[in-house]
Design a binder for this molecule. Structure first.
Ligand SMILES: [Zn+2]
Length: 284
């Protein structure tokens, strides 16, 4: 099995996670830039983070046989903090870099006018740079927030096939399917979406334009949820090719639109690539 986790925050995960992910079949990940858990106080704090997503984290992932790419953006939550507004001005410099496969996560958190402005500006940037976008949907008022997100996406003129609308559930999947955008589902251990619910959604709505991610971060989350969902699909009677489409083909097709994925070196069948490699650690 080969797995591409299209949304995971590896910066907040350990090397044990990388080892377990590789053993489970994960060969590529996309790490969206996001909130750090506490407010950032200046634009410099973002640029240090973006640089780590483009330098240190791909290097760390490569030690474990996993290819790492990222998406760069001002996240919805911090769009409301005036100290962060200048991030929009440094984004073009980052969106030109090879390791960046999309603009994201953008979208709504509390649906404020400031979030409207940041979302519209970043959709424009995506069009200018001919990049896909990863759009976060709010965890509160999800149906209202998703509908409003789709309206803004439509008005921006970005082609729907360049848009991945994430954190969907049973209530929001149909409206995104109808929009022509790609559909993302974050599978969590205790809340929101589970692997069994995901299987039922795939049975009902099919596997076209469907992406499954762990969205693992520093909260309670599980970087192996992609593999667990793949196993649940197989147990429910999906064949191996269909599982491969959802877990590999779809994310490759979506982020491949950036022209910046290079998966030639991926070895799906090789195991324990990291064994016998001395893993370099930061600070040593
Ligand atoms: Zn995220």
């Amino acid at each position: 099995m080969r797995i591409f986790d299209p949304h995971i925050h590896m910066t907040s995960r350990t090397t044990d996670d990388y080892e377990a992910m590789y053993a489970a079949g994960v060969r590529a990940v996309v790490e969206p830039s996001f909130w750090l858990g506490q407010p950032r106080t200046s634009v410099d704090s973002f640029t240090d983070y973006f640089d780590a997503l483009l330098g240190w984290e791909p290097y760390r992932a490569a030690q474990f046989g996993i290819q790492h790419r990222c998406t760069i953006a001002l996240n919805p939550k911090e769009a409301n903090d005036p100290r962060c507004a200048g991030v929009l001005d440094v984004l073009p410099r980052y969106l030109a870099k090879d390791g960046v496969v999309a603009v994201g996560e953008i979208g709504y958190d509390s649906m404020t006018p400031e979030e409207d402005e940041a979302l519209a500006r970043q959709l424009e940037l995506a069009v200018e740079h001919d990049l896909p976008v990863l759009v976060h949907t709010p965890h509160r008022d999800k149906a209202v927030g998703t509908r409003r997100t789709l309206d803004v996406v439509r008005e921006s003129g970005i082609p729907p096939e360049h848009v991945l609308v994430d954190h969907l559930n049973e209530l929001t999947v149909s409206m995104v399917a109808d929009s022509g955008c790609w559909m993302g589902f974050s599978i969590y251990p205790h809340t929101k979406m589970s692997e069994d619910r995901m299987v039922r959604i795939l049975q009902e709505h099919g596997t076209e334009r469907m992406l499954v991610n762990s969205a693992a971060d520093w909260g309670r989350s599980d970087p192996l949820k992609t593999r667990k969902t793949a196993d649940a699909m197989l147990a429910a009677g999906f064949d191996a090719d269909t599982v491969d489409q959802v877990m590999w083909g779809n994310p490759v097709a979506f982020y491949g639109q950036s022209g910046r994925l290079d998966l030639e070196d991926v070895k799906p069948d090789e195991t324990a690539l990291f064994e016998g490699n001395s893993v370099k650690r930061g600070g040593e």
